[in-house]
Design a protein around this ligand. Structure first.
Ligand SMILES: [Zn+2]
Ligand SMILES: [Zn+2]
Length: 457
């Protein structure tokens, strides 16, 4: 990601006794604000900021009270605050990073503050597995404006010591509003239910393909607004899930958010392809990460960019530097083969059935040589219709007979307690105990069990 240096615009010098609270008064304006401006989208990609624009607006730092600003002593904590602020689409916000006595006023505090400014964003974008943080915040608009300042206090022998670096962020604009983003989480949950992929019985592969199919079948590329530079929302996951039309970042951000919500690790990848800036994903499937690009597969009958390895059409793509680093490649193991190409004997492989879990089996791919790890595959659960499983023909036991011994008694009550305490992981028993058929056995089912045992249910 390119990031231009922030240009400082105001320096506040307030000399106070060291034990008095630091304060800042009227910021002295040293020059015009330099903000990043964005070039419009001209390709099947999105905005790639690379130019500077002069803006002569007033310092927003005057709007803040130094003593009331959130105060941090490291960039990691400050980054988490940054992430919350941009997630909530605040138009501007500021924070203080604790100064340290060793920085006297001859130190170029601007350099230190500027480093914090960048580190805070890097920390704020850290991939944590939270669906509305990490990569989800990478492409949310022009978030790189801001200003730096510094508060001094008077130290011993007349030295001025830095009390804190004041760092403000003034996103030029967001692609989607706080109101729109507030809807995305709920829409994602609704879509997961609509696709029927919430249950842990559904395999990761089935979940990935259900979401990818949905994106490719229901979301169209927004050619209509492609050249409308002020139509920001086309870049967002909101546009993908709500308007069902967006540009590449919308597809890739929604896929990222859906996967993390489902507990499947995923990253948002950017780079150049066919001369345009573009976004796609990698997703975790049984210990490896595979490439996919819903934008380019949207509307296709046969997918050409789905769950591929590096030895594929993606070899022609110019991935942004951060995705080609050794540390990234080590953390995200993308094999040469596509998922469907991996071949060879998998030792210990077993298909799951209604009541029993299976395993992928481990081994080595005979095509690319990759080591294939052994993973457990969850039991599928019965599909009872009229008291008989349509898959395996098992007869459904009477309601409340969790151990299927023909009687409903205290043993069944004990099984229910063990399920609720997380001590009984038997898929079949847990299914029998899901009286309200909501996909999970929880306290509501426990209450129903009590009523059944009391002869009331
Ligand atoms: Zn392979
Ligand atoms: Zn069955």
């Amino acid at each position: 990601m390119k990031r231009l240096l922030l240009i400082l615009t105001a320096m506040v010098v307030a000399a106070f006794p060291i034990n008095a609270s630091a304060a800042w008064g009227k910021p002295a304006r040293l020059g015009p604000t330099l903000n990043r401006s964005l070039e419009p989208d001209r390709t099947p990609g999105f905005l790639e900021p690379d130019s500077l624009m002069l803006e002569a607006d007033a310092s927003p730092l005057a709007n803040y009270n130094y003593d009331e600003l959130p105060r941090f002593d490291n960039a990691a904590e400050a980054g988490r605050y940054w992430a919350e602020c941009v997630r909530d689409r605040l138009p501007d916000f500021a924070m203080v990073i604790e100064g340290h006595g060793e920085h006297e006023n001859e130190v170029r505090w601007q350099d230190v503050a500027n480093e914090y400014y960048n580190d805070i964003i890097d920390e704020g974008l850290r991939h944590t597995g939270e669906p509305d943080k990490g990569d989800y915040l990478r492409q949310i608009g022009d978030t790189y404006g801001g200003m730096l300042s510094c508060a001094f206090v008077k130290g011993e022998a007349g030295k001025r010591l830095i009390d804190g670096y004041i760092i403000s962020y003034e996103p030029g604009f967001y692609y989607s509003s706080a109101e729109q983003e507030a809807q995305v989480g709920g829409l994602v949950e609704e879509l997961i239910d609509e696709l029927g992929i919430r249950s842990p019985r559904i395999s990761p592969y089935e979940k990935i393909s259900a979401v990818y199919d949905w994106l490719c079948e229901n979301v169209t590329y927004d050619y209509e607004n492609l050249y409308d530079d002020t139509y920001y929302v086309k870049h967002s996951a909101y546009a993908a899930i709500k308007d069902r039309t967006c540009v590449c970042s919308g597809y890739a951000l929604l896929f990222y958010r859906m996967m993390l919500t489902l507990g499947i690790d995923c990253r948002y990848i950017t780079g150049y392809v066919a001369g345009g800036y573009h976004a796609w994903n990698i997703v975790n499937l049984y210990g490896e990460y595979f490439l996919l690009d819903a934008t380019w597969d949207a509307g296709a009958v046969n997918y050409e960019y789905y769950l591929l390895g590096t030895n594929s059409a993606y070899a022609d793509r110019d991935f942004d530097d951060e995705f080609t680093s050794d540390s990234f490649k080590k953390a995200y193991n993308v094999p040469l083969c596509a998922y469907s190409v991996h071949a060879g004997e998998r030792i210990g492989a077993a298909d799951p059935d209604c009541a029993h879990s299976g395993r992928t089996g481990g081994g080595e791919c005979s095509v690319c040589g990759a080591v294939l790890e052994d993973f457990e595959l969850s039991a599928k659960g019965h599909r009872f219709e009229n008291g008989v499983c349509t898959v395996c023909q098992r007869t459904e036991p009477p309601r409340g007979d969790l151990n299927d011994d023909g009687e409903i008694n205290i043993s069944d009550g004990v099984i229910m307690q063990r399920i609720l305490a997380g001590l009984d992981q038997n898929v079949e028993t847990s299914d029998f105990a899901d009286f309200d058929k909501n996909g999970q056995t929880n306290v509501a089912d426990g209450i129903l069990m009590q009523q059944i045992l009391a002869g009331l249910g």
